[in-house]
Write a protein that binds this ligand. Structure first.
Ligand SMILES: *Cc1c(COP(=O)(O)O)cnc(C)c1O
Length: 458
């Protein structure tokens, strides 16, 4: 018999989670104006809102917390982290920030001006927010295969080189401050980008003398997929693959709350000294002195260990196989999910699941609410609500995909939780014909509305 995979760790401490009934949850979600971000966490049984900062640290990371150095300047924990970042990414310069969007804020303050154009592969919402806030435009150059949830392309995060070339052909190069590749491509389903694609994008960037940046939140998961799916990398270690990928770029922003295996933190890493110097000024203004940048010494210490653990094959295999296990269970139950299963989350295709709910009634949001009421499971809408309004016309932008994302926190839930989630979804799927109407927005913020938007039931 072929042996199944099993986790390369055992549990040393447990945290209780509260169960509740559908009747209680119906009342709670109404009080939260049907926005899952508004729920207090004790009203959630299994929290799949995000895999950001929700993972479990290892005993080694907790140990590192105790030994950390809280000096304002020149902290030993900073030096340790800097050394680890340089070892893993190969970039020369390093600036800690309090999380990923802070890294974007600092770096884009240097690089992005009004009227600029930033091509990339489905920019993450905070990335797009920081571009649009500066009155610049993010252009999505992701390959078309990414928008077909049945397509089995192994690297659906890839950039379409023709689309990218078109951006360069149609715009003065001074208007393009950089190209940004998100690894893995979060917004289009946790889908990886191939080494070959990065190499080709880097070539276009070099030809035009435009820097290539990585939005690296899940770079280790991306490296795992390269190892498993791309020819020539089977024998390479995750660390070798990650470093090679970064070698094609000029810098990166990082949300350490993902593949840093910590609950808070971020950083910028760069090769260009001039950009680094300018960024330090913004770092000091927005984040803190350059040897802590919004992080405690203990957080930096835990991150140094976390980055090392996150780039080990055994950890990544158990992480990604748990996500795949849930995905395969759902496929077995005929629930429409995005294929192939991505690295950090399952994406349920709401266009296929509840086509009976009109798009302007936020069908993916409606499905996410149902999942909460029936199972106490908190996912998140990745569809029209998240896509927000066009900054110029103020009309809803309807993305090609209406998804509900179930993000799996790292090293946190067990196989039984996966079984439970799959069963809840099967039950909802079996009664989907009854779903006819969704929700209407009654209040929203001018930018990044999904965090605070209020709905009422139609
Ligand atoms: C989470 C994330 C960010 C933003 O990072 P925060 O730490 O949440 O501020 C940026 N890009 C991607 C791809 C992310 O997943």
């Amino acid at each position: 018999m072929k042996l199944p995979y099993a986790e390369p760790y055992k549990i040393k401490m447990v945290e209780s989670i509260k169960r509740s009934t559908p009747e209680q949850r119906k009342k709670w979600i109404k009080e939260a104006h049907y926005n899952l971000f508004n729920l207090s966490s004790d009203k959630v049984y299994i929290d799949l809102l995000t895999d950001s900062g929700t993972g479990a640290m290892s005993d080694k990371q907790w140990g590192a917390l105790m030994e950390a150095d809280e000096s304002y300047a020149g902290s030993q924990s900073f030096l340790k982290l800097k050394e680890t970042v340089q070892k893993i990414t190969g970039f020369k310069y390093f600036l800690p920030t309090h999380q990923g969007r802070a890294a974007e804020n600092v770096l884009f303050s240097v690089l992005v001006k009004e009227g600029d154009i930033v091509p990339g592969n489905s920019h993450f919402d905070t990335t797009k927010g920081h571009i649009e806030f500066r009155k610049a435009t993010a252009i999505d150059c992701t390959i078309d295969e990414a928008f077909d949830t049945e397509n089995m392309h192994p690297f659906k995060g890839n950039i379409d080189l023709k689309k990218l070339q078109k951006v360069f052909d149609e715009n003065p190069v001074e208007k393009i401050p950089f190209v940004i590749i998100t690894i893995t491509n979060n917004s289009s389903g946790g889908q990886p980008v191939s080494m070959e694609n990065v190499k080709a994008v880097s070539k276009i960037c070099k030809k035009n003398k435009v820097p290539l940046l990585f939005d690296s939140a899940r770079f280790a998961e991306n490296a795992y997929f390269v190892k498993m799916r791309e020819k020539g990398y089977q024998k390479k270690s995750i660390k070798e693959i990650a470093k090679k990928m970064f070698s094609f770029g000029d810098g990166m922003t990082m949300s350490s709350k993902k593949d840093g295996l910590v609950n808070m933190g971020g950083f910028i890493a760069l090769n260009d000294e001039e950009i680094f110097k300018k960024a330090t000024v913004f770092n000091i203004m927005y984040e803190g002195f350059i040897t802590y940048g919004g992080m405690s010494g203990r957080d930096m210490a835990a991150l140094a260990v976390g980055l090392d653990e996150a780039t080990e094959f055994d950890y990544l295999e158990s992480r990604i196989k748990q996500v795949t296990y849930l995905g395969n269970k759902l496929i077995e139950y005929n629930v429409p999910v995005q294929h192939p299963i991505g690295g950090h989350a399952i994406f349920i295709d709401a266009n296929k699941f509840v086509p009976t709910i009109p798009r302007d009634e936020y069908r993916a949001q409606a499905l996410a609410i149902e999942l909460y009421i029936i199972g106490g499971i908190r996912g998140v809408e990745i569809g029209t609500v998240l896509a927000d309004r066009d900054p110029f016309t103020r009309k809803n932008r309807y993305p090609e995909l209406e998804l509900v994302r179930l993000a799996i926190p790292r090293r946190t839930y067990t196989h039984n939780h996966m079984e439970y989630i799959a069963a809840v979804l099967k039950n909802i799927y079996d009664s989907r014909a009854e779903a006819k109407s969704g929700y209407r927005i009654i209040d929203e913020a001018p930018i990044m509305r999904h965090f605070t938007v209020k709905f009422e039931k139609i």
